[in-house]
Design a protein around this ligand. Structure first.
Ligand code: AMP
Ligand code: ZN
Length: 116
């Protein structure tokens, strides 16, 4: 994906504060953190969103979750954290490369959704 901003981060074409990397996933700090800990975990392979994931993506989706606990612990959120995957228009997804937010810090991140 030529112009995808997160693919560019994977290829090293734009900088990011990397927190973890392996053969399938990359984690880096969100550029506009909304909590003291705010990381993004992405598949290195481009997938538009969770709505486009296929059974072949099971391994990478599992990896994204599996690395979250250590990432949170190592980045200022030892007592728990929240994973968020915004998906598509309804989910409020802004960057069209599947990504999981890990948010946390010393204090509770707050209610899950604003009441409507
Ligand atoms: P979402 O609304 O779930 O699509 O979230 C996209 C997230 O990507 C936002 O929290 C942005 O702050 C973050 N973001 C956008 N561009 C970059 C970048 N170049 N490096 C790190 N985080 C980014
Ligand atoms: Zn991409």
């Amino acid at each position: 994906m030529e112009n995808c901003i997160f693919c560019k981060i994977v290829r090293g074409e734009i900088p990011a504060r990397k927190a973890y990397e392996d053969d399938r996933v990359l984690a880096f700090h969100d550029i506009h953190p909304q909590r003291p800990t705010h990381l993004l975990v992405i598949p290195k392979k481009h997938i538009d969103s969770l709505a486009q994931a296929t059974p072949e993506d099971e391994a990478v989706l599992g990896r994204m979750l599996a690395v979250s606990q250590q990432l949170a612990r190592d980045n200022g959120s030892p007592d728990g954290f929240r994973c968020i995957i915004n998906t598509g228009r309804v989910g409020g997804q802004e960057v069209a490369h599947l990504h999981m937010h890990i948010v946390g810090g010393p204090d509770p991140v707050g209610p899950m959704l604003k009441k409507i």
